[in-house]
Design a protein around this ligand. Structure first.
Ligand code: HEC
Ligand code: HEC
Length: 166
């Protein structure tokens, strides 16, 4: 039942934790300073197969305003805490986020050994219309190589919506 506590903590963090900007050293969740944050951001962009940093960031007065908070930054941060952090530490994690006002739920369980070893991901998409049922999709992705961390690309592998049929 330890994971339930961990998820509770994550949910609690989600409510109270709102750093959104780098500290004085340029430290973010992605890196210890500005240069390593930038390097990591390029990897995140590639891992999700995004054409531009503007998927998550915005321009203000014609200039990139990286510190400005956006909905996609929030989702990316939630992904980081749930799947890069909690999943790696406890073997399971879940999160939900709002898409056009409806809640999308994702959970993941890591199975280290056996024939079905891997990360088992479940995605529950809200019903498109009233009266329709929610769609539940499941997918197994390979575990990262031995001693390698779980990263955005572990699940996404170059595609943002890697579970939804196009
Ligand atoms: C999938 C979403 C996503 C993409 C794509 C992305 N970023 Fe970010 N970026 C974030 C999040 C989330 C943070 C806030 C980190 C934190 O809370 O510690 C951030 C923070 C930053 C910061 C630090 C801002 C500050 O607070 O001073 C910089 C600089 C940055 N990103 C640059 C980039 C660049 C350059 C690219 C494209 C190569 C990029 N980002 C692509 C999500 C993204
Ligand atoms: C355990 C697997 C897993 C990992 C690891 C993971 N994600 Fe995701 N992510 C998902 C799933 C599942 C979806 C929904 C996919 C779909 O819609 O087909 C998703 C969707 C997203 C979306 C799209 C949300 C929207 O607007 O619809 C963003 C942005 C995202 N992830 C960012 C990240 C970032 C950044 C990382 C690394 C910090 C990351 N993810 C790591 C499972 C994962």
């Amino acid at each position: 039942m330890r994971w339930r506590i961990a998820i509770g903590l994550i949910l609690a963090m989600g409510c109270t934790y709102s750093p959104a900007v780098a500290d004085d050293d340029g430290r973010t969740i992605w890196g210890d300073d500005y240069a390593s944050t930038l390097r990591a951001m390029k990897q995140v962009q590639r891992a999700l197969g995004l054409k531009s940093c503007l998927h998550c960031h915005v321009k203000q007065d014609g200039k990139m305003a990286y510190a400005a908070e956006t909905e996609h930054k929030k989702i990316a941060r939630a992904m980081y805490f749930a799947f890069v952090d909690t999943l790696a530490n406890t073997g399971r994690a879940q999160l939900s986020y709002a898409d056009e006002g409806k809640s999308v739920k994702i959970s993941a369980v890591r199975k280290a050994t056996g024939e079905d070893a891997g990360i088992h991901v479940t995605l529950v998409l809200p019903a498109a219309k009233e009266g329709e049922t929610a769609t539940k999709l499941t997918r197994r992705v390979d575990l990262p190589a031995k001693d390698q961390p779980i990263q955005c690309g572990t699940c996404h592998a170059g595609t943002l919506h890697f579970m939804q049929p196009e």
